[in-house]
Write a protein that binds this ligand. Structure first.
Ligand code: HEC
Length: 144
């Protein structure tokens, strides 16, 4: 093959590799977000029952660890494919990261209440978490 063919083959392989990597990023972030949803679903009945909030701390820890990685799970180019992420994730990166920072702040409030066994404090914070912190990011950055 000529060097031109070799170069275009390499470029093609590089592009295909990038598309694959971005497909992985989308699938992985969606799986992670489903896990975050499952944590919220599991926490709700305990909060509703004013149950043992201390036992919820490992779930909150997993959420904190995961949301710390959220921005990097939306690399450039991962706006295309099987995703509901809005273009604003990339065009308003500062806003996206600020929404995530607020999420992490709220998770710290939940963690403090869980660690202290403060079920009243936990319940108040938990009730605000879905609508105000998950929901406010979704309203701007996730397509319906
Ligand atoms: C900083 C923004 C942001 C925050 C905060 C956020 N999300 Fe999301 N979420 C997104 C975006 C963007 C998508 C779309 C991802 C995609 O389709 O690639 C999404 C999608 C989802 C999905 C759908 C996953 C799927 O594809 O099936 C679930 C479930 C979800 N989020 C749960 C949550 C929960 C629960 C919280 C709060 C604890 C939360 N999210 C907080 C931005 C956010």
């Amino acid at each position: 093959m000529t060097w031109r063919m070799a170069v275009s083959a390499l470029v093609f392989m590089a592009l295909a590799g990038t598309a694959l990597a971005q497909g992985d990023a989308i699938a992985e972030r969606r799986a992670g977000l489903k896990r975050m949803g499952a944590h919220m679903d599991a926490i709700k009945p305990v909060a509703d029952a004013r149950g043992d909030v201390k036992a919820l701390e490992p779930r909150v820890d997993d959420m904190i660890a995961w949301f710390r990685t959220l921005p990097q799970r939306f690399p450039p180019g991962s706006d295309r494919g099987d995703t509901k992420a809005q273009p604003a994730v990339w065009s308003d990166r500062a806003g996206f990261e600020a929404a995530n920072a607020r999420m992490l702040g709220q998770l710290e409030v939940l963690k403090t209440a869980a660690a202290a066994g403060d079920s009243a404090g936990f319940v108040t914070a938990f009730q605000a978490t879905g609508p105000q912190f998950c929901g406010s990011c979704h309203r701007t950055f996730r397509a319906r």
